[in-house]
Design a protein around this ligand. Structure first.
Ligand code: SER
Length: 585
């Protein structure tokens, strides 16, 4: 079964079971703060899992575009992907374990036709925070899962939370037995040998984990499920890797035709990173040196390096992008509309990287000259790391060039420094994930409302075509990205600041309304990604100065905000400016 058919079957199935199909949120979280990318279907739904009313009701389903980059360096093997699609269904205080498990079992066995013998499940074995989930195990048995296909595991395997703080709970995971030989007597679904592949995760979200590590009960009991589409397609098609499915096969084939050296891992890296970059750019991401822009930059650089490694002419990139979009557009029709822009961004970035490589080479030559003068024959790992970190110069290129010059390099020290660096950025992304999802502190909510005022003020001071391109909020400050082709003058900045403060002083009420999306747009409501919104939307109005489609939450009155102060205005990426601002109370 093709991936798109699995997706359609899934959405239809849950629609027939009373769920509303909602659109995928963009990969780049709107108004969400501090998260790099959307990493799970539940992420855009956090306010509703915490108790806000969703305009489409209590049963939702969607496909969600996701990017997870913690395993970026594993891509190239037979399973890791940075971009993937997650199918999900949610109960927001509606059904719970029984109906959820029943539906999953029915979907897997009846709709997808997976024989029960191939299915294994795991449930939470209980600890001091939450009891053993015998209820789920019993339901599994009742629906027809053989008892010896049900395993109990602890928090490491059967508990789900995004980051450190937030809504969470025990989960039940479903596995597909590939039929491979067991790796040992103890091989079970928790084993990573590849015999059992996780296909679906149903989280019974009834707890909230606080910063201090304690658990409390949520206002409502939710179900949050996630099914990885590429993986399911691979299994149902009897393929060994996602690269053998129709999602990647045409591009893998083309890379094989073009390559002068055969390296399957490089071909996978190119195919995977190209798809991920295309999806990020299509959703508004642009390469830069920080945060998500930097991830995109890394993806494009790594892809370019592997194109080089395969000895593929870099001018082929344009055709490869076209081919990739042709393959993906049935699943993501928005790609057609963004085709030219995607090509422009990718090719420009590739060209920039070629220059970077040239700069790195020059720097390398300087280093060699110095080392030769000092009669050394070994390049320290610190230097390799510096070339990598500052010039983006890949260590394997340093290694090749060093060899040509009769030098050895201390890769061990490089690896050590690199690991430390990776650990830091991993911690950084987890931090971001955590902040973005769970933080609904009064400070954050104030900043959220301030972004709406700022958006409205910019439209008046600069021009009405200014649009929000992103935002990032912490309890201490806000960042706001917007389309604008020039650096703001001091006078413009002052006017914007004064206007926002004037509206704060006027103590404007913040009101929320539910309406049809088309009516909201007609009424002139501002909206960043039109495709993202379901048919019924919530619209937040601030007095009569601002009206935006938004999930909230917001303050009740602008008088709660304090004094608005712009701290910095700078370029974010081409045609996009960034304002950093604070609220002083
Ligand atoms: N949030 C859970 C996950 O990402 C289920 O969707 O696995």
């Amino acid at each position: 079964m093709k991936a798109i058919n699995i997706r359609n079957k899934y959405l239809k199935f849950f629609e027939n079971h009373g769920h509303k199909v909602i659109p995928s949120a963009p990969l780049i979280p709107e108004n969400d703060p501090s998260v790099l990318f959307t990493t799970a279907g539940m992420q855009p739904l956090v306010p509703y899992l915490l108790g806000e009313k969703h305009p489409e009701g209590t049963r939702l389903t969607d496909y969600q575009k996701c990017v997870r980059t913690v395993d970026i360096d594993e891509v190239g093997d037979n399973r890791h992907l940075t971009y993937f699609e997650m199918l999900g269904n949610w109960s927001l205080g509606d059904y719970f374990k029984e109906e959820s498990i029943k539906m999953s079992f029915e979907f897997l066995t009846k709709e997808l036709g997976i024989p029960v013998e191939k299915l294994f499940v795991t449930v939470f074995k209980g600890d001091e925070d939450a009891p053993k989930d015998e209820e789920s195990a019993k339901i599994w048995e009742k629906v027809g899962m053989p008892k010896d296909h049900i395993y109990y595991f602890g928090k490491d395997d059967n508990w789900w939370i995004a980051g450190e703080e937030g809504p969470c709970g025990p989960d039940t995971e479903m596995f597909y037995d590939t039929g491979k030989e067991a790796c040992s007597e103890n091989c079970d679904p928790s084993c990573g040998c590849g015999k059992y592949v996780e296909i679906w995760n149903n989280v019974f979200m009834e707890y909230y984990k606080s910063k201090d590590g304690t658990y409390s009960k949520l206002k409502q009991r939710n179900v949050d499920t996630g099914l990885g589409l590429e993986r399911m397609a691979m299994l149902l098609q009897g393929k060994e890797t996602p690269y053998d499915t129709e999602i990647f096969a045409p591009i893998m084939e083309e890379l094989k035709n073009l390559a002068k050296s055969d390296d399957i891992s490089s071909r996978r890296i190119v195919a995977e990173h190209l798809r991920c970059s295309i999806m990020i750019i299509s959703d508004g991401g642009r390469p830069s040196n920080v945060d998500r822009g930097y991830i995109l930059r890394r993806l494009i650089r790594r892809m370019t390096r592997h194109l080089n490694k395969l000895q593929i002419d870099l001018n082929e990139l344009s055709n490869l992008i076209d081919l990739n979009i042709d393959v993906l557009k049935e699943m993501y029709p928005e790609l057609e509309k963004n085709r030219e822009e995607i090509k422009k961004v990718l090719i420009e970035e590739k060209d920039k990287f070629i220059k970077t490589l040239a700069n790195g080479e020059r720097e390398f030559e300087k280093v060699i000259l110095r080392l030769k003068k000092e009669n050394q024959t070994k390049i320290d790992g610190q230097i390799v790391f510096h070339l990598y970190d500052t010039y983006g110069f890949p260590p394997e290129v340093t290694s090749d060039l060093a060899k040509e010059q009769g030098f050895t390099i201390d890769m061990e020290n490089f690896q050590k420094l690199y690991k430390e660096h990776q650990e830091k950025s991993r911690m950084g992304s987890e931090q971001k994930f955590k902040g973005g999802l769970a933080d609904q502190s009064p400070e954050t909510i104030c900043y959220h409302t301030a972004t709406h005022l700022l958006n409205a003020a910019l439209k008046i001071v600069i021009n009405k075509d200014v649009h929000q391109k992103g935002s990032n909020i912490t309890p201490e400050r806000m960042r706001f990205d917007f389309s604008c082709d020039h650096k703001l003058t001091d006078e413009e900045k002052k006017k914007v600041e004064d206007l926002v403060n004037e509206w704060i002083k006027q103590a404007l009420p913040v009101t929320v309304q539910e309406m049809k999306k088309e009516d909201a747009i007609k009424s002139g409501a501002e909206c960043m990604f039109i495709e993202k919104y379901p048919d019924i939307v919530t619209v937040y109005s601030i007095g009569n100065v601002s009206k935006e489609l938004c999930g909230g939450p917001h303050v009740k009155n602008t008088s709660e905000l304090g004094t608005f102060k712009i701290q910095k205005e700078e370029a974010s990426s081409a045609g996009v400016r960034r304002i950093k601002a604070i609220l002083i109370k």
